[in-house]
Design a protein around this ligand. Structure first.
Ligand code: FEO
Length: 403
């Protein structure tokens, strides 16, 4: 694919990875992804902003055959899906200088063994003139790593934001269709950005001081309607938890499944939305997306070898790592003779700032008294959720708003 123009003398380059199905050996990619980089042609100097994953270096190298030689390579973020072709580019363009911040410089040396003589280190707010185009470097830490920054192109009002505002979504379209990209962008936020929600909000405040016309992320399409993704991010990072129970579960002999079915119905009868996930076929991105707005997490698990089923332990570990703003959590499930399932799972979720509700653990197959306990749990959750925002299908409200 040839370089694709965003505005005159600014091109989207990089690779669309239609077939990649797993990222970081962890994150499912149902819609593939892209590794975007950008080429800015100035009247005096030229710059590449970010590179591609090294597995797609051939695509980037072929595109650069059609563009003038770059004087600068701006590295916004060192994770290798964006910096991985740096050594090849340095070899191909021996006069080219890497422009990045100090933290990124140290990381590039550690991760890619880049020659220390090739760097121009910038501070927050520094500018770099390319002649008729000016780049300003805005430090936006923790979206996704501590060194992450965004690059602002003053004359064309483009924010090159790297992972920030990205989506794992393969498309040949340069510009985002907001209805099409919303789910992928939310999944991406949930998987990558949610643990840093506070930093996300601070960084939004920082970059929106600039009159942004386009956002060029390093995954997914470019936003020519940036208000849409900015408002969506504010909702995901700062919106109130909603009247939703996130219910990941696993069942071995149906005792836990019967409890999950009963609780799902009891919550529904009380007006509480339930998003349930069978952990044996889990797409971790769907679970992460649910956690963005869930008011309560209920983990359903049998007891295996005195503790939770390993799949339930995985869900607890994931929730703890993603740090959603969930307000309550609990465990339901079945055991054969004894165990420490509840203690183990609650001990795995210590980063969650939530209250733990009384669990419902049942010996063997649930009986009438156990179903009554589940009804009582549903009563408690419904009462708690009265103080939450109603479930909001933000895809409709955000996408249908004009900015
Ligand atoms: Fe797309 Fe943090 O890398």
């Amino acid at each position: 694919m040839k370089p694709r123009q965003i505005v005159p003398n600014v091109h989207l380059i990089g690779a669309v990875d239609w077939d990649r199905r797993l990222f970081d050996a962890l994150i499912p990619l149902p819609d593939g992804t892209s590794y975007n980089c950008y080429f800015v042609t100035g009247s005096e100097k030229n710059a590449i902003i970010d590179t591609t994953d090294p597995a797609r270096s051939h695509t980037l190298m072929a595109q650069l055959d059609e563009l003038p030689a770059p004087d600068y390579l701006v590295i916004n973020h060192v994770e290798q899906d964006h910096s991985g072709c740096t050594p090849q580019l340095l070899q191909r363009f021996p006069e080219m200088t890497i422009v990045c911040n100090e933290k990124a410089r140290a990381m590039l040396i550690d991760h890619l063994h880049v020659d220390d003589a090739r760097f121009q280190v910038v501070a927050d707010g520094d500018t770099l003139s390319l002649g008729d185009k000016t780049l300003t470097f805005l430090f936006t830490p923790w979206v996704h790593w501590p060194e992450t920054m965004s690059t602002w192109l003053e004359e064309d009002k483009i924010l090159f934001s790297c992972d920030f505002f990205g989506s794992h979504y393969a498309t040949n379209d340069v510009f985002a269709d907001k209805h099409e990209v919303y789910d992928g962008a939310k999944r991406y936020y949930a998987e990558i950005m949610m643990p840093f929600g506070g930093q996300v909000l601070k960084n939004i405040e920082k970059v929106t001081k600039y009159p942004i016309k386009f956002i060029g992320p390093s995954h997914g399409p470019v936003y020519d309607d940036p208000g849409f993704i900015i408002e969506a991010y504010k909702d995901w990072a700062g919106g109130e938890p909603q009247n939703i129970v996130c219910l990941p579960f696993v069942s071995m002999h149906e005792s836990t499944l019967r409890m999950v079915d009963h609780l799902t119905a009891a919550l529904t009868d009380r007006g509480v939305a339930v998003e349930r996930f069978d952990l044996t076929t889990l797409d971790a991105g769907e679970l992460a997306s649910s956690l963005v707005h869930a008011g309560t997490i209920v983990l359903g698990t049998p007891t295996v070898l005195t503790g939770p089923h390993p799949l339930a332990a995985y869900a607890a570990f994931l929730a703890n790592a993603l740090k959603p703003r969930t307000r309550w959590a609990t465990v339901i499930g079945s055991y054969g003779w004894a165990g420490k399932t509840v203690e183990t799972l609650s001990g795995m979720m210590t980063k969650l700032k939530c209250d733990f509700l009384a669990p419902v653990m049942v010996k063997g197959m649930p009986r009438a008294a156990d179903y009554a306990a589940l009804d009582a749990l549903a009563d408690t959750i419904a009462e708690n959720h009265k103080e939450l925002a109603p479930r909001n299908f933000a895809v409709l409200t955000v996408c249908d708003t004009d900015f």
